[in-house]
Design a protein around this ligand. Structure first.
Ligand code: HEC
Length: 102
């Protein structure tokens, strides 16, 4: 479920491991992992931020400078919690090694 939602809603801008038009999921996952000690805090902070992206709440001012602030996309709050829990749990670099796409 989390994987489907993540791939349907986020991957257009956020590649799993490569920074293209926005930071990779690996990059913001690491940033948020470093900032929050529990999964609950990680999920709660990330889903609120994605619901309403702001400069003030950002943990990635460098990314805003480089790519501009993420647009507000009207995501559903419950879906975001599922997506952020999936991101917390997923090591995208390992995943790519075990299931290479090409
Ligand atoms: C239209 C493109 C776009 C889509 C779709 C998108 N993002 Fe983003 N996102 C960005 C850009 C650009 C940034 C970098 C600038 C910033 O941090 O605001 C960003 C930054 C982030 C950050 C870092 C926040 C911080 O602290 O600054 C997180 C976390 C994030 N996105 C999660 C998500 C999730 C989860 C989804 C899917 C539900 C998603 N994004 C969908 C463009 C997008």
């Amino acid at each position: 479920m989390g994987s489907l939602l993540f791939h349907g809603n986020c991957v257009t801008c956020h590649h799993e491991t490569k920074t293209i038009s926005a930071p990779s999921a690996t990059e913001f996952r690491q940033r948020y992992r470093d900032a929050f000690s529990s999964k609950e805090e990680f999920v709660s902070y990330m889903s609120s931020w994605v619901k309403k992206p702001s400069h003030e709440g950002s943990l990635m001012h460098d990314a805003i400078k480089k790519h501009e602030l993420m647009p507000e996309l009207g995501f559903d709050e419950d879906a975001l919690k599922i997506i952020c829990a999936y991101i917390y749990d997923t090591n995208f670099v390992e995943e790519e090694k075990t299931h290479p796409k090409r």
